[in-house]
Ligand binder design. Structure first.
Ligand SMILES: [Zn+2]
Length: 553
């Protein structure tokens, strides 16, 4: 089968999903809105950028490409109760005192650091403002606001009026703990203790839109606006679909179990509110790696993970989108900040494959998948010509050997001298290289494993040359002689090195490099030596190599 035919057979899973969504709603559909739900129960980690942001937003963009109207709602579940898990309590200076907040709405919990309006504001801070690095044109809404919308009032009135019918449906999913006959499908806030999870509604006045309740926690009895309350969870999910007219919504795999909450919300939509629920789509979690160890799935209320703010401080958003789009959504992925150069490397390899700079020896379907994933990962229209690439590890090295006050100019100069970038740059190219240098610097300072951090020595360690074995001295002399200061590029140096080392035994090779690293950094390992040489003054390099070749006096 020829490459062309195989590529024609290829379909990216996102494209298949978009097709499925259109088929589900019928070929004549003109609008499919996408949605996702986020409970702001704590750390808003990058795992939440997978289904909720990257997947939903890419589907939205592809629907728009096909001429449909589409929005991407990011629904913050701010009316949910704060559970006061140990990890949540630990955010407060006095965790014991914070216990009094248990059972209140998330939006009613104060900021543990006492600077912002609420708990929600605090943990949204490192997520919401960074969404544009990972998506386009999202519409953020919060459930506590939606409860004040007139159309939500109307739906809740309907729900209360027909609550017996709702109860029968929901109780099928609550066999062990069914709701009693006098049940009201809403939770309201206790005016006295502010909790939303301890009140029992005893009657409602649908004209005044109020509910009378008694509080099981503080025994308070009162009447309050239903606006500050919330629908019982399974009803709420279906109600939000209806209010926002959701056509497509991915959700975490925990909801996907047969007879689970997704199934119940689906039944409520179909048989209680009488509408067609969104196209279902479950996705897997994202695990956290730290120091090579899998720390389990990232979790908001467990404060396990890292935020989009951290990601963009060290890497472009597109590199994460690429990972999320290249891997099918039911495959578990793990992420660790220590592997940032690998992630960027994968993304930039895909870029070279896309622009046919690299022609990898891989099956045609895999190449097609890399190309389409790259194309989908990019938020802005792709330029005709491949963007300029400065390898991340080059930037990591440069920001360590050039004093901070000389960045970025001295680094740009080095990159030009060594032929990695052209002499004249467009403003965009300059900005993108400067951003890369900033990110590399942040990464090496905060997250890089020790092996990536170097300290360049101004002189070789005392007595190092006394320990150079006799058979290596002529090799260093040869290296000194063959390093040409007039051709000081990474490529030329790599060629010289290869010629010199290719016939060596593994052991000799190891010894050779160890002495070089010792001479420059005082360690046995270090960055790619030819890259380091290229970025450093040829005189200094050749002098130091000469030192290794010289017999002690
Ligand atoms: Zn109370």
């Amino acid at each position: 089968m020829s490459i062309v035919t195989e590529e024609r057979d290829y379909q990216h899973w996102i494209d298949a999903l978009v097709e499925e969504a259109i088929n589900y709603w019928g070929k004549r559909v003109s609008k499919i809105d996408c949605s996702c739900g986020l409970s702001v129960s704590g750390l808003q980690h990058v795992g939440r950028l997978r289904g909720e942001i990257t997947l939903a937003n890419t589907v939205m963009q592809q629907l728009r490409q096909k001429g449909l109207d589409s929005k991407h709602y990011v629904v913050r579940y701010t009316s949910d109760e704060w559970k006061g898990k140990e990890s949540q309590l630990a955010q407060f200076p006095d965790p014991t005192k914070a216990k009094k907040y248990v059972g209140r709405r998330l939006v009613d919990i104060p900021d543990p650091q006492c600077e912002l309006g609420s708990w929600v504001d605090r943990y949204w801070l490192d997520f919401g403002p960074y969404l544009d690095y990972f998506s386009r044109d999202t519409t953020v809404v919060s459930t506590n606001e939606i409860y004040t919308w007139p159309q939500m009032h109307e739906l809740i009135r309907f729900t209360i009026q027909h609550r017996e019918r709702a109860r029968k449906i929901i109780n099928k999913y609550r066999v062990r703990n069914p709701y009693p006959k006098d049940w009201f499908p809403i939770n309201v806030i206790c005016d006295a203790c502010k909790r939303i999870n301890t009140t029992t509604v005893v009657s409602v006045d649908l004209n005044a839109y109020t509910a009378s309740y008694r509080c099981d926690e503080c025994s308070h009895e009162g009447t309050t606006s239903i606006e500050n309350g919330k629908l019982s969870w399974r009803l709420e999910w279906a109600a939000l679909w209806k209010i926002l007219d959701v056509g497509f919504e991915p959700f975490g795999k925990d909801h996907a179990t047969p007879g689970g909450s997704r199934d119940s919300a689906k039944e409520i939509a179909e048989t209680f509110y009488n509408f067609k629920p969104p196209v279902p789509y479950a996705n897997e979690w994202v695990g956290l790696i730290e120091n090579g160890v899998d720390k389990g799935d990232m979790g908001s209320s467990d404060f396990n993970g890292f935020t989009p703010k951290t990601w963009v401080s060290v890497a472009p958003g597109e590199a994460l989108r690429y990972i999320y789009l290249k891997n099918k959504s039911m495959k578990r992925i793990t992420l660790g900040l220590e592997y940032i150069p690998n992630y960027i490397g994968q993304y930039e390899r895909a870029e070279r494959v896309y622009y046919q700079i690299d022609l990898p020896r891989a099956p045609p379907l895999e190449i097609a998948d890399i190309r389409r994933s790259y194309e989908l990962a990019n938020l802005d229209p792709l330029p005709e010509m491949a963007p300029l690439q400065v390898p991340y590890l080059h930037a990591v090295l440069l920001t360590q050997i050039i004093p901070e006050e000389n960045l970025p100019d001295a680094a740009l100069e080095k990159l030009t001298e060594t032929g990695i970038i052209p002499k004249t740059l467009t403003d965009n190219q300059r900005t993108s290289i400067t951003t890369r240098l900033d990110r590399a610097r942040s990464w090496v300072t905060s997250f890089a494993p020790a092996s990536y951090r170097i300290i360049t020595l101004s002189a070789p360690p005392d007595g190092l040359r006394d320990t150079v074995p006799d058979e290596l001295r002529p090799v260093f002399q040869q290296l000194h002689d063959s390093l040409n200061p007039d051709e000081w590029t990474e490529e030329a140096i790599t060629t010289t090195m290869r010629k010199l080392t290719e016939s060596m035994s593994k052991d000799t090779q190891r010894g050779f490099f160890e002495f070089l690293y010792q001479a420059f950094f005082g360690t046995d390992k270090g960055p790619r030596i030819s890259t380091y040489f290229a970025f450093t003054d040829s005189l200094l390099i050749r002098d130091r190599v000469k030192y290794l070749a010289t017999l002690p006096k």
